[in-house]
Design a protein around this ligand. Structure first.
Ligand code: NAD
Ligand code: TYD
Length: 350
């Protein structure tokens, strides 16, 4: 019997993890803790929110008293920690928000778990979800392994790197059982349209310019979000305590090539003339401190736990576009009000 606290369950990846655990493990109690910031949306979970083993708590990680209450109320046995400020561009505008949630919020959660579990740490797991961005930027060649030194370049990645270090420090200092996984760029349904793929899908639907930063030759390693959720399930149940696992798609794309593929698929699906969406591509001012290339070596999780991606990029991208095309209400609800303000701030005069 496990009572698992999943933080950030109303966000993009968290909602897929919550859905997987609630449906696959009816014997577990799944408690979703989320502050419902601009990125958190309970609509992401409406298909499972009546499940008997699902509970939601609207709580901010910056409120340690509330964290304590939740641990007591549900007798939390394990944590899967996803809640974070997650967008690099926002971190460039407001770095302190990232310090508060990603660093102080994580330390608050670690402290709560430390006190709640102090009698038998070996019976409990604190699983921290992190990113490949903590390793910094790669040149033309090479891959990030679990022993690549940390070299974060953005306020976002610096705050995630710091939280990773705190998790390891709690394992060393207090002997808590922890595990960390560092994943490459995710894509899929429920992705907030401030990140490259959902933003460009939304702009193509609305025939708006596609703002490609710099020369467009930046490279990312893309993984379908449901494959990330499956990796998290596997690491949670079978990962070795106090280890790190890198998760990636073995799927590197230069931004401009990805955008052109997206345009082609969207023209097909929308019945537009081939090449129409590509005309929306607009090169804009680069992101400051833009990391040139990320790529994960996922050999360890493959060899030790038998994980590999199940969905090819073309299949995943096609499913993702179909999801956005048939969930226009979800998209429209998000892309009004505050989103418009954000969009104008980020993209006007760029
Ligand atoms: P997201 O921005 O979509 O969701 C974050 C969630 O955390 C939201 O529901 C938000 O309401 C919640 N949250 C934010 N601040 C909070 C606070 N102070 N207290 C409680 N809840 C708060 O993020 P995502 O893309 O789903 O990423 C989830 C995790 O995975 C993050 O830790 C991120 O660093 C990591 N990650 C993301 C990617 C990616 O490609 N998106 C890749 C690797 C790792
Ligand atoms: P993003 O989805 O923000 O993820 P991350 O910065 O965490 O990798 O961006 C992916 C890539 O796309 C990155 O190289 C920045 C680039 N990009 C654009 O060219 N235009 C955009 O409007 C956005 C949001 C991103």
């Amino acid at each position: 019997m496990k009572n698992i606290l999943i933080t950030g369950g109303a966000g993009f990846i968290g909602s897929h993890v919550v859905r997987l655990f609630v449906t696959k493990y009816p014997q577990y109690k799944i408690v979703n803790l989320d502050a419902l910031t601009y990125a958190g949306n309970l609509e992401n979970l409406k298909d499972i929110d009546h499940s008997a083993n699902y509970f939601f708590e609207k709580i901010n990680l910056l409120d340690p008293d509330k964290l304590n209450e939740v641990f007591k109320k549900y007798q939390i046995t394990d944590v899967i920690h996803l809640a974070a400020e997650s967008h690099v561009d926002r971190s460039i505008v407001s770095p302190l928000d990232f310090v508060y949630t990603n660093i102080i919020g994580t330390v608050n959660l670690l402290n709560t778990a430390r006190h709640a579990w102090k009698d038998n740490y070996s019976q409990h797991l604190f699983y921290h979800i992190s990113t490949d961005e903590v390793y910094g930027a790669l040149g033309e060649t090479g891959l990030f392994t679990e022993s690549t030194p940390y070299h974060p370049n953005s306020p976002y990645s610096a705050s995630k790197a710091s939280s990773d270090h705190f998790v390891r420090a709690y394992a060393e200092t207090y002997h808590m059982h922890t595990v960390v996984s560092n994943c490459s760029n995710n894509y899929g349904p429920f992705h907030f349209p401030e990140k490259l793929i959902p933003l460009f899908i939304n702009n193509i639907i609305n025939k708006k310019p596609l703002p490609v930063y710099g020369d467009g030759l930046y490279t990312r390693d893309w993984l379908f979000v449901k494959d990330h959720a499956l990796a998290i399930d596997l690491i949670f149940h079978e990962g070795k305590p106090d280890e790190t696992y890198n998760i990636g798609g073995f799927n590197e794309w230069r931004n401009i090539d990805l955008v052109k593929l997206l345009c082609k698929l969207m023209d097909e699906k929308l019945g537009r003339e081939m090449g129409e969406s590509e005309q929306l591509i607009t090169y804009v001012k680069d992101r400051p401190g833009h990391d040139r290339r990320y790529a994960i070596d996922a050999t360890k999780i493959n060899k030790e736990l038998g994980w590999k991606p199940t969905v090819t990029f073309e299949e995943g991208l096609s499913q993702t576009i179909d999801w956005y095309l048939s969930n226009t209400e979800w998209l429209n609800n998000i892309t009004s009000g505050a989103y418009e303000k954000y969009y104008n701030l980020m993209y006007t005069n760029r």
